[in-house]
Design a protein around this ligand. Structure first.
Ligand SMILES: Nc1ncnc2c1ncn2[C@@H]1O[C@H](COP(=O)(O)OP(=O)(O)O)[C@@H](O)[C@H]1O
Ligand SMILES: [Mg+2]
Length: 642
């Protein structure tokens, strides 16, 4: 490793020189410098105004900052530094780097203008000084023979890059007023960030999580009393953010932000759980870069060209469709805020959140105009609006999630969703998300399908490797799982469905099981194979699973037939007749005696009675519609494990 960390080397921190001033109210002294002594090496003196490296969770890339103030008590029990942060290239959101308009230099850092940043660290988290040079934004970067120097040209405020003038960089830190409470000591900047906190009451709504381990722990650590494992653990949980959902575009992936109002996670497992929660927005979406790019380009080009269009996005549940589209919209919205693209009006509806498909009209109208109307009236108004010749001001981007559920006998709702964007003056971009592949074909049968020119995109189920990567990236270096345990979950889920949501749920449950299991003295405290195995069993052993396992061979076969037919149709629904044809084919494949229609209907009714199937009234006979009341996963799982 290039840098020393306390985990390997014992270091001693002490004030160097006399206190410069004393704050009576807080009983703290201000200092100009302190010394770090590393065993066997000479002392390093660090002064205010100097650039330093601060321990983070990435050993190879410690945080970069400049000391603006040093204070604490005389005996060195409490040693604090107020700093100005800089961001490394690796700390910036990948999708923001394009705002630079050029390749970043590997040794480039950015003056971080951060609102509500926690700018106070424990002195013990400071590793060593570092050379930082200011360059004018037009200056070339020097030849990189000197790998140790970092260069600053620009500032970064979580949204845009700005120019840093050299006075900001070179001016020595302002001394803190001795008698007033310490204030935020940021040098003034062209775009001056609000300094909403003072060190005396360091309670910003959301603060940069510091690479500052708890003072007590560090105090002990520097005395060599704490074992390394404990230290590692403490460091880890202090540097991560509990499940505050974060938007990838507005947060910086490697510097988690946490709200101090939320309790600190009690331990690693709790933290892991927060990060794995399906409702927490991941910082990045690994394995979906291409899909992201394609959807982004599609919508962006429509917005720029003032045209409309429709994209049909399909894939089985848990393949990241919703997450990817939401991320695309966030990025586009940001681009619009930055005036990089024309602004647009985004609305979203979700088939799952509607009691009736015709509610879609009501909701769309309401979200577009604030008007309330009955479904029929709303349909008329929308039709008018989208065929109106007057060109609209803004492009409307409409996300229709869970489109499958907007299926109606007459298919009008779906048809309109595909049709409106083709109207010349609609300036409407519709993104539809569905679980089934060939819904459009099924709707278009008697209509002019080719006119609609649908752009399609399908999300493939995640492979074992991808699921593993997704979990790991969510955990973001938090070591909560044994390696083989993570592998097991990923393999199991990939074999069944490739559903990331399920994978996350099982991992979360496993952390709970691990936490509540009596600590085996030999255990590492991490989530292991046994915990994961128990979680897997639990997840797949609901009453329904038991019911499937206990069902007769013909009943089990009928369930498989239903799935086969749904897949063929690309729908979640079929008639008894259709399923029955599959059932007979399966009987032949399995070498079973094919059953007759009435026996088949009886099998179907029994499955309905135990709620594995949802059935239309039985007087419809072979024409009754059938739906599954359990996930296809559950059925595969129940039948495979046999
Ligand atoms: N590539 C990914 N990286 C990180 N998390 C993911 C990824 N894909 C899916 N997820 C997570 O899995 C869960 C399900 O994803 P979602 O987008 O809702 O799936 P879908 O809409 O396809 O059913 C969400 O919590 C989402 O954040
Ligand atoms: Mg979804």
């Amino acid at each position: 490793m290039k840098y020393f960390t306390r985990m390997k080397i014992r270091r001693v921190y002490e004030w160097s020189g006399r206190a410069r001033s004393f704050n009576r109210r807080l009983k703290t002294h201000d200092y100009d410098s302190f010394a770090i002594s590393v065993e066997g090496l000479s002392k390093i003196i660090i002064n205010t105004g100097q650039h330093i490296l601060i321990e983070g969770y990435d050993e190879d890339n410690p945080y970069v900052a400049k000391v603006t103030r040093l204070y604490g008590d005389e005996n060195g029990q409490q040693m604090k530094a107020v700093v100005q942060w800089f961001m490394r290239v690796s700390e910036l959101p990948v999708n923001k780097l394009k705002l630079l308009g050029r390749e970043p230099h590997p040794q480039e850092i950015f003056y971080y203008e951060c609102r509500n940043c926690d700018n106070e660290v424990n002195v013990e988290s400071i590793l060593r000084p570092v050379k930082v040079k200011h360059l004018d934004s037009n200056d070339p970067f020097p030849d990189s023979s000197d790998k140790d120097t970092l260069y600053v040209k620009l500032s970064w405020d979580s949204k845009v890059f700005g120019v840093v003038n050299s006075t900001v960089m070179e001016s020595p830190a302002e001394p803190a007023p001795a008698s007033s409470p310490p204030s935020c000591l940021k040098p003034s900047l062209p775009i001056s960030p609000s300094c909403s906190q003072s060190a005396a009451t360091p309670r910003g709504p959301s603060r940069r999580v510091l690479p500052t381990p708890d003072h007590a722990i560090m105090q002990k650590a520097s005395l060599g009393e704490v074992d390394h494992h404990f230290l590692t653990v403490s460091l880890l949980f202090l540097q991560i953010s509990p499940g505050t959902p974060k938007t990838p575009r507005h947060a910086t992936p490697s510097i988690p932000i946490r709200s101090l109002q939320t309790q600190q996670p009690a331990n690693i497992l709790e933290e892991a759980r927060a990060r794995l929660h399906v409702s927490s927005v991941p910082e990045s979406l690994p394995c979906r870069e291409q899909e992201f790019q394609d959807i982004y380009s599609f919508v962006e080009s429509k917005i720029i060209d003032n045209t409309g269009g429709c994209m049909y996005i399909s894939g089985v549940p848990g393949t990241g469709k919703t997450a990817t589209v939401h991320e695309v919209i966030r990025c586009l919205q940001h681009a619009a805020d930055m005036d990089e693209i024309p602004s647009f009006h985004f609305i979203e509806i979700n088939g799952m959140k509607m009691t009736d498909p015709h509610q879609a009209y009501v909701q769309i109208l309401q979200k577009l105009t604030g008007q309330k109307a009955t479904p029929d009236h709303a349909a008329v108004l929308l039709e008018k609006r989208f065929s109106n010749l007057a060109p609209r001001k803004e492009t409307i981007v409409m996300l229709v999630d869970e489109l499958d559920l907007l299926w109606t006998r007459k298919q009008n709702v779906m048809y309109n969703l595909f049709d409106w964007p083709t109207r010349r003056h609609a300036r409407l971009v519709v993104l539809t998300i569905a679980n089934t592949m060939d819904l459009p074909e099924r709707i278009m049968i008697n209509r002019v399908a080719s006119r609609l020119g649908l752009t399609r995109m399908s999300f493939q189920p995640y492979s074992f490797k991808q699921l593993q990567e997704i979990i790991m990236s969510r955990l973001n270096k938090l070591k909560a799982f044994e390696e083989d345990a993570l592998q097991l979950v990923s393999r199991k889920v990939a074999a069944l469905s490739g559903d990331a949501r399920r994978c996350l749920d099982i991992c979360r449950r496993a952390t709970e099981i691990c936490e509540h299991s009596a600590a085996d003295p030999s255990s590492t405290g991490l989530v292991g194979m046994s915990h994961v195995m128990e979680a897997l069993n639990e997840m797949f052993s609901s009453a329904y699973i038991t019911a499937i396992r206990c069902a007769s061979t013909q009943e089990q076969l009928f369930l498989r037939a239903a799935i086969a037919e749904f897949r063929r149709l690309g729908l979640e629904e079929a008639t008894f007749q259709q399923v029955f044809v599959q059932h007979q084919a399966l009987c032949r494949i399995e070498g079973l005696r094919p059953i007759g229609v009435s026996e088949g209907l009886a099998v179907c009714q029994r499955l309905g009675a135990c709620r594995l199937l949802l059935l239309e009234p039985s007087h419809l006979g072979v024409l009754q519609h059938i739906r599954l009341n359990v996930s296809q996963d559950d059925i595969f799982y129940a039948l495979k494990a046999d």
